[in-house]
Design a protein around this ligand. Structure first.
Ligand SMILES: [Fe+2]
Ligand SMILES: [Fe+2]
Length: 323
């Protein structure tokens, strides 16, 4: 896995540019029934209690995962995965249907980028190890000991059937330190944010792509650090321009229901970044995406053909290109 830690204070040109980035949503539905998820959270001690100690309805699990297909300036393509979902059988089916399973088996996917430790982004890992047990993995340096033991195959997820033997991960695990720009490829940078997140976890890492002649695309798993923190960091440390080109992923604005006044303000505030292509799904919340559309933001709609929370969110199997 190519990577070089770097100082955020150096000039930005050294981060390079890429020609394009295409992102295919493998699965955007983290869970099927929000009321059931919230009931499980409450029964297990509330939002601050650890996800590892709760009893979850395993049949409510789905998962978030996307395939990143980066095109470098010389035309070569590099593929990696952003997150691996939650429910192993469900994710295995999604990886088979989307062609990711075959890519993993052929060694075409260079590494797995785990945005954060949340169940719906991490606990489907066994579905990937089945095809590629030595895949390189990059995690935020704030990952817990339990999450690292889970990656190694020494600890089962609470929703994993314990009778089934776990596949051991035999590849390299790299850690992204908070606040440091880590160059993965020319024009592709990882940054980790250190903050407490609900369900007793810490930190999230996100991706920035510097697309030639277009600008910066921000790509996120759940964006628990806040969309504004993600976008501000891009402007402060990654972009050459004063606006941003694209936004993709779970934006965690209103994942559980209607917009609050504060969330409404957050959506309105997004205008100042000048995004020209917004692809919002997963934990963004349907109400938040609808508000973006009402405000005239350049939101890319989905079809919901293969599954998604709502048709206006690009869903399973849908591909968006930033070029
Ligand atoms: Fe999520
Ligand atoms: Fe999350």
């Amino acid at each position: 896995m190519p990577a070089a830690a770097d100082s955020p204070l150096r000039p930005r040109a050294h981060l390079g540019t890429c020609r394009s980035v295409a992102i295919t949503c493998i699965s955007e539905i983290g869970w099927h029934d929000t009321d059931l998820l919230l009931a499980d959270i409450k029964a297990g001690g509330g939002a601050n209690a650890s996800q590892w100690d709760k009893a979850w309805h395993s049949d409510n699990a789905a998962g978030s995962s996307s395939l990143i297909d980066l095109e470098l300036l010389d035309g070569t393509r590099r593929k990696f995965l952003l997150d691996c979902g939650w429910n192993e059988p469900y994710m295995r089916q999604r990886f088979e249907e989307s062609g990711v399973a075959a890519m993993l088996a052929r060694g075409e996917i260079e590494f797995l980028f785990l945005s954060h430790e949340h169940l719906d982004h991490l606990w489907g890992l066994q579905a990937i190890l089945r095809y590629c047990p030595d895949i390189a993995i990059r995690v935020p340096a704030t990952f817990s000991d339990r999450a690292l033991a889970f990656i190694r195959g020494e600890l089962a997820a609470p929703t994993h059937p314990v009778a089934e033997s776990l596949i051991r991960h035999t590849g390299v695990v790299s850690k992204t330190p908070p606040g440091v720009l880590v160059s993965l490829y020319p024009g592709c940078v990882a940054v980790a944010f250190d903050l407490p997140v609900l369900l007793g976890i810490v930190g999230e890492q996100s991706l920035y792509f510097r697309v030639r002649d277009k600008g910066v695309v921000c790509v996120t798993g759940c964006c628990h650090q806040g969309v504004n923190a993600l976008a501000d960091h891009a402007l402060d440390h990654v972009a050459d321009e004063s606006t941003l080109y694209g936004l993709y992923g779970g934006l965690h604005i209103a994942p559980f229901g209607p917009l609050t006044a504060e969330q409404e303000r957050l959506v309105a505030d997004l205008r100042r970044y000048g995004f020209r292509k917004i692809v919002a799904n997963h934990c963004t919340g349907e109400s938040a995406v609808r508000r973006m559309v009402e405000l005239g933001y350049p939101v890319v709609a989905g079809s919901g053909r293969e599954g998604s929370r709502a048709a206006l969110m690009p869903g399973d199997g849908e591909r968006v290109v930033f070029d």
